[in-house]
Structure formats: structure tokens, C-alpha cells
Design a protein around this ligand. Sequence first.
Ligand SMILES: [Zn+2]
Length: 633
Amino acid sequence: MKKCCFFVFVTLLVARTVTGSDTVAPALERDQKAVYSFEGRFHRYLEVISDRWLKGMRERNPAIVLNYRDRDQVPPRSFDFFAGEFAGKYLTGAVEIYRLTKDQELKQYLEGFVDEFLNYQASNGYFGLYPSDQGYKVSESWDIWGEYHVMLGLLFWYEETRDARALNAARRQADRFCSIYLGKPGELSALRYYYTNFAIAHSLQILYRHSTEQKYMDMARQILDVELQQSGDYMDLLLEGKEFYEIGLIHRESDWIHAARWEAQHILMALAEMYWSTGQEKYKNAFQKGWYSIVKTDRHNTGGVSTNEALIGKPYRPGGIEACATVGWTALTCEMLKLTGSSIAADELEITLLNTMYGYQPLQGGVINFGVPMDGMVTPFMAPAFWQHGDRTGGEELGCCTVNVSRGFGLVSEWAAMRDKEGITLNWYGASEITTMVDGVHVQFKQQTEYPRKGQILLSVNPQEAKQFALKLRVPYWSQRTTVKINGTAQEGVRAGTYLSMDRTWTSGDQVEINLDMSLHYWSGMEEMSGKTSVYRGPVLMCFLGVRNAAMPGFDATDMEPQLVEREGTADPLVRIKVKSSNGTTFLRDLDSATENNQPYITWLEISNAPVTEFSEQNPLRSGRVKASQKKP
Ligand SMILES: [Zn+2]
């Protein structure tokens, strides 16, 4: 855009206020009344994350808060340029875990954490790590990205506890930010790290919702409508039909990897918020184009996103798949689900959780994995050779991913149970009890199942008194043949990749029986994985434990004859199957258990006769099944 009309446009833009009549409700929203009780592996993960990681964080790593206290100390503390994000990422993930567990010990612990942390905001509102009179302007810093995470953490804490001090601290952050950048277009986009800085448009809008302070919305609009065009230009390029990774290529000359680094997913989240605030379709359209582009070109077979920290359009390329990038993808996909109400987004959340997110987090606790590659071995965060080992005195466990992975689990609170005008949407499958309120009536949803080991789920719907509402059940896009019965009566309209809506009067003891299709489905690789194939059983990616060499078995998709191996204890693999192979028989297991003991594994297998299925928005995994007629007798 030429400079002459640029400033006229800005003036018009800032003058336009967002009024209540423009707002659009999300298609689905987090069920804030839901109370969860999980069983099985997910429950164990929540316990480990809560008891062995979140609690005691400050005592084990005092730098997580003292770095803020000591910002004006001379000589200054040494810290990594992104370290200002640690406390905010930690708090955000911790609040989300608390939403799932309602563990009062965790809440008390976080109260203490927040009490102390709030003391260390600078008197001018700054909440970063640089000297308080320098923040944001430090040209080589991710300072504003750090403020974004702090603001998000404080706002999540406020939403959960109504602690007015947290809201006030976020406002003071935003007031300072606006005093520097609002109405001065171009100054923010001129900073080098625009792809992280612009994310603050996301938290500013959440703050606007809670405070109704107009300038926060004006600042967010300035970022999305003006600054974005100066640097990155994400929205217009997506609307023009560019793939997300191409934005990085377009900016290649100066900064190519930066534009499409994974952090830019958080800018897309700001677009979703702006659509809800303004009702303007361009924000929704750009968001959706961005989401579909990433799932098509940068979501790997594991459910992980990014290659060596960027979105590069190479889903088959070997490389590191950073935990933070995948947590960002998870948060982005929650917004996709809320924005569109498409069950396919929930299917994607499940695939990412059960495969790669479980892979990042050790089941026995301890420090998480930075990378879970498609083939090879995990990269433990604390390995001696790992690069994030600057001066970590007093914060030895802190790193961009270690403070973030709990969020990948905590975000289940966004999608497990949701609600819309008609009733309750159930996305979570797994042994659990979820209790919520429908028009003042307690309703319990109790699932008895070994899912994802087995496809049969017995769901009891137990309202306190007879109650009419719609219960929407997720029918995963990979489940080709699904049956649903209510009290023994088969239901019509069960279609893969949609919600089955059952609007009826529910009475306590009603039984819903869901049978998902757990037959193997295949993703035939291309490009770097040409000739190789991934195989899934339900949402679970199966892998071979070992290295790629001449002795590695081959498989025939028409003749695998999978047999589920019984589990002997809770530490056993989540899913293990025995299949026919060139070696006679071979065991395949879930990716999660393959990552547990730092063993080499392979997910792109040598499988002949697998079907080739193109990517589509209805089947982002591009997986298909072998036709019955092709199977060996
Ligand atoms: Zn990271």
C-alpha cells in the first residue's frame, strides 16, 4: 500500500469502533460447566504433569519469576532472548490443566505463583525481562512475544479465578503497549520479529472482551489491518490463495524462515477473535485458508506440525518437529473447531494428542522431548548437546517447550466437551465421566471403553431428571463404518467426518453404543517418503521399533491380518498389534510407547499395495483402506 493513503486508512480504521451488533458467536464453545474425571493413560499423564511438573516449578526453577524481578539489576542477568515467554506459557498451560483436574493443591500452588509473579511487573506496566525503560525497543528481542504469553497466562488465570489483580496487570501491560504503538502505524511492523510480535493482537482481544476498553480492540485492529500489510501480509496472501508456507517463500530475500515460523500460527488465532468481534468474513476466510493450508502442507503423519521450527510445505521431509509448534497447532485447531463447528478439527486434535503430544511428554514424568520426528529418535530437552543451554542458573529445566507441553494436554479442556445453542457436543472418547449442566439440570456422561485400543464405546447418559437436549457425537473422518445405537436401536445419519446429532428427551440410564471402525487405514507417502506408507489403527499411528536397514520387515496392505495384543499392565503399550510381514510376523505399536524409552522407531514403513488417497478437506490424513475384494483370502 502506498504511504499517502496508508495514513488516511489508519485514521478511518482507528475511528471505527466495534459495536456489539457486529459480534458473531462461535459455532461451538468450550463447555465451562464441564467437570472431568478421566481414566487410563490420559489420567496418568494429567497426574504426572500436575504433580511432577507444574507443582514445585518455582522452587525448582526460581528464575521463572526472579528473571522479572531482577530486570533492572546491574550487571543484568543473562537469559535467552525468548525467556520472557516462560512464565506466561507455564501459567497458561497450568490453568488449562487445572480446568481438567480441579486439583485444589494445584490451584493453591498457582495462587502462590501468581501472588509472587504479580509483584514483578515494572511500575510502568512492562512485564518483560529487559531493563524496564528499554523493553520492546530492544531490536533483536522477542520481548513483545513474551508479553503476549504473560498477558495470555494472566487472562486465563483471571477467567478461572476472577482474580482482579491479574486482569489489572494485563491491562497495565496493554496500556503501556498502546501508549507506544497505538496510532503510530508502521513502528511495530518495522521491528524485526514481526511474526512473533503480532501475536499480541490475540491476547489484546481477549483482554478487550473482559475489560471492554476500546483502545485494546483498536490496537488489535491496527495490527491485523495495517501492520500485517507492512510485514508478513498473512491475511491478504491467504485470501489470494497462497499456501501458508509460501508466505515464508515470498519473504525469502530478507527473512524467509521468519515469516512462516511456527509462532505465526498465533497471528491466525487473532484473526478468529477478530471475526467474532466484527462479523467480517475476511477474517474467518483467511483463518480457514490458513488452517487448511497448514493441515495439508505442514501437518505430518504424527499429527505434529513444522519442520525445523518453520512451516515449509514439506509434510514428508525428515527433520525436527518442535513441541511448541505442535502446541501452537493444537491451540490453533481449537479455534478452528470453535469457528466452524467442524468435527474434522476435533479429529485432528485427537490425532495430534494421542500420537505426538503423548510422545513429547514422558509417562514417568521428567523433562519433555523437544522433538518427536517421524522416523528416528526423540530429542530430549535436557540432552547435553541440546542448544537451549545458555546461562540457566536457577532455571535449569526451563526452555521454550518444557514450559509449553502441558498446554498440549490442557487444551483438551477446550475441546473434550463443548456446547452450542442446541446442547452438548462430545468430542472426547475414552474411559471417563464428564458431568455438566443443561438448563440447570446435572447431566453425567459416563464412558466405558478401552478406546483407543478398541472401537467400542458404551456411553451412559444420566441426567438428574428427564431432559430434552441435543447430544452431538463425533463420528471421526477415518471411521469408515460406524454404528451408533441408542438403547439398542440403530441410529440413522451416521456419517464419517460429521457430528451425529441426537435430539431427544434423555433419561437416566440411557445407553448409547458407539462402534468405530478400527480396521487399518493407510497414508501412502510422496516426495521424501515416496514408496513408504504410514498405517493407522483408528486415530493411532502404528510404528516399528527399530532402525531402517536391510533386516527391516516389509508388509503387504492386502495381507496384514492385524491381531490386537492383550495388555498386561498399565505400562504396556497403548496399542500393540501383531501383523504378517516378510519376517513372518512383526509387532507394531503406538508412537507414544515407542518414544518412551528413547528407542529408535519408524513410522514410514515399507508396505506394498496400500491405496493412494489424495488430500481433501474431508480427509486431511489422506488415508484409505484396502478394498475387501483386494484382501488376500
Ligand atoms: Zn519450543
